[in-house]
Design a protein around this ligand. Structure first.
Ligand SMILES: *Cc1c(COP(=O)(O)O)cnc(C)c1O
Length: 483
């Protein structure tokens, strides 16, 4: 660490406490009467001893060293780091929603079941699917659930197809999901313009094709205009289509994966539907399916007979459970609050503004940074540092320099098929002033690359932690505190 801050252990002073507990007024006996001796410490735990103000300052100080969408602009492509409205937080803390136990009898949690049921219906409408399960707790988890459904569907027809076609622009979770699911990943190369190469797809499909996994708009921020034809090619070969919905922020209320011909789609509530994410916190990756996949959905399924909501566990063709109980309820409540607050017109506006903001930024930057796909983009776009290469500058240097100006860098070196890529996703929640400032900083950095390259090579120069040796950090991480 550059700006010296002591470890909590270094600030510890014997005997200091942050809280005084009242004297014990119940009978208690020696510990070795309660626990086997092998579980009892021989020496006391080395815990820090601190006063309450010092403790408070320590953690409050640490919290300001982090970066979040509440502290600044966060244009991390593919991740949709939009601002999360605080009304979501209010709603999910209502006692009637926050103080439930998942083992409660369904008769006593009718309101919660109604909320889940309605959420399934909203997401079915948004995705153009016939039914939705809220169980998966991440996008990748939705992918895994979706491929399991697809496999169960093929098997139910006595068909053991295992090949899953994935374009080379795909997010890393797509091939990883195929492998985890025990299926075979078959990569196809994209065309020069970033779209699916129809000839490569035709050559790849066959009687062994289980599915095609695709996101549209693609990870290049481009809309796949041949999507109907792509769907027809895969369906004619007997395969199904899986939609990676991580880019749904570009299309809500305008077009949907169901109409594009997809059979399964996941949505990332923690991206598109404004629930907090980053740092591996709880997420939600519900999936929608077309009719023929409904029998295989995970249990329980929420049923409604017009009067009462119940949890149906008795579904003989179900793939089983993919998560305890019924997904990450608190996350679903936040996303529900968002959808209810926005309404159908509001969600459409979200996507229109997200696309507008991205195109605005692209138009203001493409003269100074190389834009490999110079056409209208969707909610995000790809630039590269190839114009800065003659000065010895790489994308990593630009990303690190952005930290000095108080911005979270965009996604870099992804998609893999673009050399020195930086993928920028401004989202709809940013004002024109924020976008203009960001554009001017990126233009300024391009200037620095020519005149002051050293500044970029050492960046970040103004953060708590300087430039790390990323290889050493990955290979020899120090995760243990030692004296
Ligand atoms: C984020 C993302 C995923 C995975 O979603 P997680 O919720 O992070 O598991 C999949 N595909 C794309 C294109 C993504 O951006």
């Amino acid at each position: 660490m550059k700006k010296g801050k002591k470890l909590i252990f270094e600030m510890s002073r014997p005997g200091r406490t942050a809280l005084d507990l009242p004297a014990n007024d119940v009978a208690c006996g020696p510990l070795d009467k309660l626990l086997p001796s092998r579980f009892i410490r021989k020496t006391p735990a080395e815990l820090p001893e601190m006063s309450q103000p010092d403790l408070m300052r320590h953690y409050t100080g640490l919290s300001t060293r982090n970066f979040g969408v509440d502290s600044g602009f966060y244009p991390l492509g593919s991740c949709t780091m939009k601002y999360n409205p605080k009304v979501n937080e209010d709603v999910c803390r209502y006692p009637g929603l926050s103080q439930l136990h998942p083992l409660q009898d369904s008769g006593s949690v009718q309101g919660a079941l109604k909320l889940l049921y309605e959420m399934e219906q909203y997401l079915a409408e948004i995705s153009g699917m016939d039914a939705v399960t809220m169980q998966p707790v991440a996008g990748a988890h939705g992918e895994l659930t979706g491929l399991k459904l697809i496999r169960a569907y093929h098997r139910s027809r006595g068909d053991n197809r295992t090949k899953v076609i994935v374009p080379d622009s795909a997010h890393g979770t797509n091939p990883a999901t195929c492998t985890i699911c025990g299926l075979e990943m078959f990569g196809i190369k994209s065309s020069e313009d970033g779209s699916i190469n129809l000839d490569a797809l035709r050559a790849a499909v066959g009687p062994d094709t289980a599915a095609l996994m695709l996101t549209n708009p693609s990870t290049l921020g481009l809309f796949e205009t041949n999507i109907r034809e792509i769907a027809a090619i895969v369906h004619e070969a007997g395969g199904l289509l899986y939609y990676d919905g991580a880019n749904a922020n570009a299309i809500m209320g305008i077009v949907n994966p169901g109409d594009m011909g997809f059979d399964v789609a996941h949505l990332n509530l923690h991206k598109t539907f404004s629930t907090p994410h980053g740092g591996g916190g709880p997420g939600s990756g519900p999936i929608g399916v077309k009719k023929r996949l409904i029998p295989f959905l995970p249990v329980p399924v929420i049923d409604f007979d017009g009067e009462k909501y119940t949890l149906d566990e008795n579904r003989p063709s179900s793939i089983g459970k993919v998560h305890a109980f019924y997904g990450n309820f608190g996350v679903i409540v936040r996303a529900y609050a968002y959808i209810r607050a926005m309404g159908p017109d509001g969600l459409r506006r979200v996507s229109e503004d997200a696309v507008l903001n991205a195109n605005y930024c692209l138009s203001q930057l493409k003269d100074i940074y190389h834009a490999p796909f110079d056409r209208f983009c969707m909610h995000e776009f790809v630039l590269t540092s190839l114009k800065q290469k003659p000065y010895g500058i790489r994308t990593l240097d630009i990303a690190k320099r952005l930290l000095d100006y108080g911005y979270h860098p965009p996604t870099i070196y992804f998609p893999l098929i673009v050399e020195e890529a930086m993928m920028i996703e401004p989202t709809e929640t940013e004002s024109k002033e924020t976008l203009d400032e960001f554009i001017s900083v990126l233009r300024r950095i391009a200037g620095e690359a020519e005149t002051d390259a050293a500044l970029l090579k050492t960046a970040p120069n103004d953060t708590v932690v300087g430039r790390l040796d990323e290889v050493a950090a990955a290979r020899k991480p120090i995760v243990k505190w030692t004296n």
